[in-house]
Design a protein around this ligand. Structure first.
Ligand SMILES: Nc1ncnc2c1ncn2[C@@H]1O[C@H](COP(=O)(O)OP(=O)(O)OP(=O)(O)O)[C@@H](O)[C@H]1O
Length: 579
């Protein structure tokens, strides 16, 4: 429980107060039986009312201390457990923000959500119990055992013989419950994953009529979770009565032996009453200890899952002596090869090219040829496996990551929208932008027209993941978001694919003055989108098989010729050459 201890140390003062309040509570629980015993033996038997009243006063006094102790204990526990859970969630979230795509893929989105929510919640439950009982139970147990030994050695043997049996039972239960808890948490991951896939992919599921299949998939996983939980609950529900049964047997034996001892005047009636009270405390302490012990495996599984995330070092980090990047003048790939961390084969092989400010560079190639991977390396979503990427003649790994990404405007293949207004989505990278700047960016991105038709214009709400706007509208808002940022390297990864030809052409024309002082990198499938590029890179199976202008490639690169002729007529190609 390294994790819990680490966080507990942040709340030392509250922990100390928790400790003090435990003593207040223990004082009452342990003091009152002794007072009652005294009252029976010295007050009731001798009918000394003055003595009885003084004992009543003492009982009232320590009850007030006890109640204050319990209230304070509850307050401290909730304060510490809720704060620690908040800290764990914040830390997991913050740590995950630094993860590269590879680390994110390692855990998976659903598991990251379960770890942040469910696992942190399990720790909160455990902390709440442990803070109340971890200190209280040993104190109660030790003092009660000392007191029963003091009252009667013969009767104490019964109690001392019971404790090891209970502890052995608890160890067995804990061993059996740990794998069940682990399965339970993994199953929650899977339930979340199926739920996510079903909510985000509902249209695909409906169009393929796979509702029944998905229902079954969900229900199977849900059944598995139910089975694991049922096994766990059954185990817990058998454990508690077994302990009580054992406790009752011990109590009966104590009463039986007490009768013999009372007959022989070896013990007083008050002492028997006090002994049974303390016996109850010893047993309750053991029982609470058992409960904590049984909760431990589940909390331990959750803590391990959280530690897994926190112990995973982000692979893409700032160099120790990182330098600031103020603008991008040149970009070069030098013999770059790359394989995904979970893949063996190189997805990019010996990529070599250079470009500079003011140039438009396009990448074209068949599906899966490595186009998106190539542009993801510029942002350092992944680092190269071999070779070098240089910006202004310096390895990009030497630049401060934040400054590097500030200089790059990246529009991903799948446009992503955040829940909020159109305005907040466009201004995501520059919240301080003026209205004029925002409108200008939207106009260049050919988005202003559709925005003006929305009921609240720029204030109109965008649903989670942009489900209430079209694919082309999402692309235009993503393009506007990047234009507003004014980076020195624009990367459009197939970002015009959902636009009609006319909008595509108008957008490219409007973009020209915006990107004239930057490097403009476009991944596209349409020849018409890239014909005017200063350099076109043709990729095939991760390798460059052609590089040059449209005219050069039409002459030299057979793959490019094929693509061009499949999309445009000879007349269109000739017209372009003439212009
Ligand atoms: N995260 C990943 N992990 C492992 N392999 C991946 C990952 N992403 C992509 N790949 C593989 O890398 C290769 C190149 O993918 P990439 O997305 O770069 O191709 P692309 O040319 O952009 O394709 P498309 O035109 O279809 O978008 C493919 O074989 C793909 O399966």
């Amino acid at each position: 429980m390294k994790l819990i201890w680490k966080y507990l140390m942040k709340y030392k003062k509250w922990f100390l107060l928790d400790f003090i309040s435990v003593f207040g509570f223990a004082l009452v629980e342990l003091g009152i039986p002794t007072i009652i015993s005294d009252m029976i033996d010295h007050g009731i038997e001798t009918q000394d009312t003055t003595y009885l009243y003084s004992r009543f006063g003492l009982m009232a006094f320590i009850s007030v201390i006890g109640v204050s102790g319990v209230v304070l204990l509850g307050y401290c526990c909730s304060k510490i457990s809720t704060n620690i859970t908040r800290d764990i969630r914040n830390d997991v979230f913050e740590h995950a923000q630094a993860f590269s795509a590879a680390e994110m893929e390692k855990f998976g989105v659903s598991s990251m959500i379960t770890r942040t929510n469910n696992d942190a919640y399990q720790i909160m439950l455990f902390l709440n119990v442990i803070l109340k009982s971890a200190l209280l139970t040993p104190v109660m147990m030790c003092v009660s055992v000392m007191l029963i030994l003091k009252i009667s050695l013969e009767l104490s043997y019964v109690v001392l013989a019971t404790i090891p049996v209970v502890i052995l039972g608890v160890i067995i239960v804990a061993k059996v419950s740990e794998p069940l808890s682990e399965n339970q948490q993994k199953s929650i991951d899977h339930i979340n994953q199926i739920l996510r896939e079903n909510i985000t992919g509902i249209r695909v599921i409906r169009s393929f009529n796979k509702q029944e299949y998905e229902k079954k998939r969900f229900s199977n996983e849900n059944d598995f979770y139910r089975d694991q939980s049922a096994k766990l609950f059954k185990l817990m529900s058998c454990t508690e009565p077994s302990f009580f049964f054992l406790m009752n047997i011990a109590t009966v034996i104590v009463y039986y032996l007490s009768c013999t001892l009372l007959n022989s005047n070896a013990i007083t009636l008050g002492n028997v009453v006090a002994f049974v009270e303390y016996l109850f405390h010893v047993m309750m302490s053991v029982l609470i200890f058992c409960m904590v012990f049984m909760m431990y495996p589940r909390a331990n599984v959750s803590a391990k899952r959280i530690m897994d995330v926190l112990d995973t070092k982000p692979s893409i980090i700032n160099d120790e002596n990182s330098i600031q990047l103020d603008s991008i003048q040149t970009l070069s790939f030098k013999d770059v090869s790359f394989s995904y961390p979970n893949g063996e084969e190189a997805v990019l092989k010996n990529i070599d090219f250079s470009c500079h400010k003011g140039q438009k560079i396009a990448v074209i190639g068949s599906t899966g040829s490595g186009k998106s991977t190539l542009v993801k390396l510029m942002n350092r979503f992944y680092d190269v496996s071999r070779g070098l990427i240089e910006i202004n003649g310096v390895d990009i790994r030497k630049y401060n990551l934040e400054s590097l990404r500030t200089q790059i405007g990246y529009v991903a293949q799948k446009a992503h929208m955040f829940k909020g207004s159109i305005q907040s989505n466009i201004c995501f990278g520059k919240p301080e932008a003026s209205v004029e700047e925002m409108v200008h960016a939207a106009t260049v991105a050919q988005a202003s027209e559709f925005i003006s038709t929305r009921e609240h214009g720029y204030e109109d709400e965008i649903a989670e993941d942009g489900t209430n706007i079209s694919g082309g509208q999402k692309q235009r808002l993503s393009i506007a978001r990047v234009i507003l940022k004014k980076p020195s390297l624009y990367i459009y990864d197939d970002s015009f694919s959902a636009l009609d030809f006319k909008t595509d052409a108008t957008l490219r024309k409007a973009l020209k003055p915006e990107v004239k002082n930057a490097i403009f990198f476009v991944v596209a499938q349409r020849i018409s989108t890239i014909m005017d590029s200063d350099m076109i890179i043709v990729l095939d199976e991760g390798q460059i098989i052609g590089m040059g202008t449209h005219a050069q490639l039409l002459k030299d690169c057979s793959v490019y010729q094929e693509i061009a002729h499949s999309q445009l007529t000879q007349k269109e190609l000739d017209d372009f050459e003439r212009n």
